[in-house]
Design a protein around this ligand. Structure first.
Ligand code: TRP
Length: 452
């Protein structure tokens, strides 16, 4: 019964390929760029604990649900939701969930590409020896100067968007799968090397304390929302990226097992990035709350001081670009799959259109770091608004409805047909998606709105 539908876009070649692709999607700028700076802004240890709690109680059950919906529907998230709604005999408006995801993916990619562009620019800075002075003030200054130049940001944003389009245009096996196969392991090795370097600094213990010694007085309603939003963001949940990857998953592969693997790898990379970065922050007298520039200001200092820093620095930023690339392709895949299904376009044409559209929107983020930096709404510039709207609101909302659909709308026996879990595990999962995950999202939202 489980193989009643087939994806017109192809399938992953194996379980390993799916795990790599989903890990490639999950591990990205969110782990290495965003996690350290939001941890720094939200006071460290307590924030990390809330984030880990959200990954476990909300993230993993929803990842299982999202993958399962995708594999059952076997189409782009919009059409998958249409099909599954009919199968469940439910009201037809559930496919708007697919649309919410497509819009969220487009908004996220518009700024994601700009930041990934920074990483490309930093590859060139690293290779040309710009960090070799090892002087903290001078290296942080480099970053401030760089983001002030709209022209440079636009150039690198364009390069990254073109790269994304080229990979997605080649399709499931040719593009997506090949790209991640060797990138992920290399990134892990380089991160471990950075951790080793951080251990050699005097501030290693101070960095660890900051990350793992919780001070709950620093937690506010908004930081809980940020931690929860980040759990969705870092696991690529709530917008259909994992759903569309699930739709290419061959049958008979355990969705629960792969979800644990992916979430585990993703969390490990984020924690390693934090362990590598905070000692460097303290060793060089920088502020953990420096914001989006944090890794671009701290890591180059380390590269400037260590032996072989030129090579390691260059390699690190190259791998960061690839980690970003294996994530960005999943942000646009739902839209591309839908255009291919419904407009009957070639993959290429769908990619170009979606890419150009996203690129134009990304200019807003570019300018929010320079010529429009004074433009603020609710005390946030355009980049911060987009980030808040997508990561903190749209993804949790999308995840909420996916959990509700999987738990309450879909026939239980259909879910079990896909998941093939033993009785107890299935009950556990079902309980989490029916009650815990939706209630947690709901409570955090209510709290932030200020009703509680
Ligand atoms: N998870 C990626 C990161 O941490 C970003 C990402 C890729 C994403 N696809 C997504 C975020 C889908 C939300 C939804 O860098």
């Amino acid at each position: 019964m489980t193989d009643i539908r087939k994806s017109i876009h192809g399938e992953w070649s194996s379980r390993f390929a799916f795990v790599l692709a989903a890990t490639g999607s999950a591990v990205g700028l969110g782990n290495i760029w965003k996690f350290p700076y939001i941890t720094g802004e939200n006071g460290g240890g307590a924030f990390v604990i809330v984030y880990l709690g959200c990954v476990l109680a909300i993230g993993i059950p929803i990842m299982i649900a999202e993958t399962m919906l995708g594999r059952r529907g076997r189409q782009s998230p919009i059409n998958t939701m249409k099909t599954l709604t009919q199968e469940a005999g439910a009201e037809s408006y559930w496919h708007y969930l697919g649309w919410l995801g497509v819009i969220a993916g487009f908004l996220i990619l518009s700024y994601y590409s700009v930041i990934a562009g920074w990483a490309i620019a930093y590859v060139l800075k690293a290779v040309s020896g710009s960090f070799s002075s090892g002087d903290a003030a001078q290296i942080s200054g480099l970053f401030d100067e760089f983001v002030k130049s709209p022209v440079q940001l636009v150039v690198w944003h364009s390069v990254f968007m073109i790269a994304t389009m080229m990979v997605v245009a080649r399709g499931v096996r040719g593009g997506l799968e090949k790209a991640v196969r060797f990138l992920m392991p290399s990134l892990l090795i380089l991160l471990l090397l950075l951790v080793a370097y951080a251990m050699s600094t005097d501030a290693y213990q101070q960095g660890l304390d900051f990350m793992f010694n919780p001070d709950f007085s620093r937690i506010t309603g908004d930081s809980v929302l940020t931690a929860m939003g980040h759990a969705f963001f870092t696991l690529s949940l709530g917008m259909g990226a994992i759903m569309v990857y699930g739709s290419y998953l061959p049958k008979n592969i355990s969705i629960a097992k792969t979800s644990f693997l992916v979430a585990g790898a993703d969390t490990a990379v984020a924690l390693l990035a934090g362990i590598a970065i905070f000692p460097l922050v303290f060793a060089n007298g920088l502020e953990p709350s420096a914001g989006p520039g944090l890794i671009f200001q701290t890591l180059p200092i380390a590269f400037g001081q260590m032996t072989g820093g030129l090579i390691f620095g260059t390699l690190f930023f190259i791998l960061l670009v690839f980690a970003a690339l294996s994530s960005s392709i999943s942000l646009i895949e739902p839209a591309v799959a839908w255009l291919v299904e419904n407009r009957d376009w070639s993959r290429k044409k769908a990619c170009v259109l979606a890419g150009v559209f996203t690129w134009v929107f990304g200019l807003g983020t570019v300018f929010s770091f320079n010529i429009w930096s004074d433009f603020k709404l609710f005390d946030r510039n355009l980049f911060e608004l987009l980030d808040y709207l997508t990561a903190n609101l749209m993804l949790p909302l999308g995840g909420f409805f996916m959990a509700v659909f999987a738990g309450w709308i879909m026939h239980k026996q259909h879910a079990q047909e896909e998941l093939q879990l033993d009785n107890i595990s299935f009950k556990c999962w079902h309980f989490l998606v029916c009650y815990i995950a939706p209630a947690a999202v709901f409570l955090v939202f209510i709290h932030v709105i200020g009703v509680l």
